[in-house]
Design a protein around this ligand. Structure first.
Ligand code: SF4
Length: 279
């Protein structure tokens, strides 16, 4: 049985954009999962603001289009209302590593059972080329014509420091690898994040840069239960950019740790009276 996730929305990404790999990888990955453990109706998606966020319109799934950087709290609300749902968020580097960075940190700390893909093109693309939190030092864009004076933020170090329980990096040029990693992230019980190296052909074309440097982490050369090793591998290197699962651990999730009335108590979720009062 296959699931059709196509929508009627016209795709407006630039030809050659790294976002296409994400879309295809997600469709194929979810198709595989649907065939096994999951049902389409049990999945809820959300997205922030940016080129990445258009993916929301290209996937025929239930969801909530959030505000800039607010994917984690949206997913948290969904999960509190119904912990049985599988929740997946899409965020950009400018989106979740700037305006929404505190939400990301706290969702990781709480071990929210959610999967978030960070489309990291290292530039504000929708607003046509300003430097983002992950742009390299010296990046020349619309807001930094003389070059950015700041060191880039390393998303994986941020996630390790915030206690995320599943931390991975993928690359748009390695779609099958992304698909398999994405499936593992969705199956992970806890907060799983994939940093997707996603070239923007219009404002920061990094295809050649990554093609020359990306290497896959394998089980024989990396132990994903070792946090110190994960930190070391995630450290920026000029000539070698590892992709794969850097770190994973199993611990109780946010909703499992919640005390008080159970979110699944239907009585607690009946908002008809409240809606009547407000109407
Ligand atoms: S501007 Fe960049 S990120 Fe946005 S659609 Fe075009 S290539 Fe993709």
């Amino acid at each position: 049985m296959s699931f059709d996730l196509e929508t009627d929305a016209t795709n407006t990404w630039c030809p050659g954009c790294g976002n296409f790999s994400v879309l295809r990888g997600i469709k194929e990955g979810l198709g595989d999962l649907f065939n096994k453990d999951y049902m389409k109706k049990d999945i809820v998606i959300s997205a922030g603001i940016g080129c990445h966020a258009k993916i929301f319109d290209y996937l025929d799934l239930n969801g909530f289009y959030g505000l800039h950087g607010r994917v984690p709290p949206v997913l948290m609300g969904v999960k509190i209302a119904n912990p049985d749902l599988t929740v997946i968020g899409f965020a950009g580097d400018g989106d979740i590593l700037n305006e929404g960075v505190s939400h990301l940190i706290h969702a990781a700390k709480r071990n929210l059972d959610a999967t978030i893909i960070i489309h990291n093109n290292r530039v504000y693309a929708l607003t046509t080329g300003q430097f983002s939190p992950t742009s390299p030092k010296g990046f020349k864009g619309k807001s930094t014509p003389e070059g950015s004076p700041e060191e880039p933020l390393n998303p994986l170090h941020l996630l390790i420091g915030s206690n995320a329980s599943f931390i991975a990096r993928c690359y748009s040029g390695e779609r099958k690898h992304f698909k398999e990693t994405f499936k593992k992230a969705v199956r992970h019980k806890g907060f799983s994040v994939i940093e997707m190296l996603q070239p923007c052909v219009a404002f920061y074309n990094t295809w050649d840069y990554y093609n020359d440097r990306v290497v896959k982490l394998t089980e024989s050369d990396h132990d994903p239960t070792n946090k110190q090793l994960a930190w070391k591998e995630a450290t920026y290197q000029e000539d070698r950019i590892p992709i794969g699962i850097f770190y994973k651990e199993q611990r109780k999730t946010f909703t499992e740790n919640l005390t008080g009335p159970k979110p699944t108590d239907k009585k607690q979720r009946d908002i008809k009276k409240l809606l009547k009062k407000l109407s």
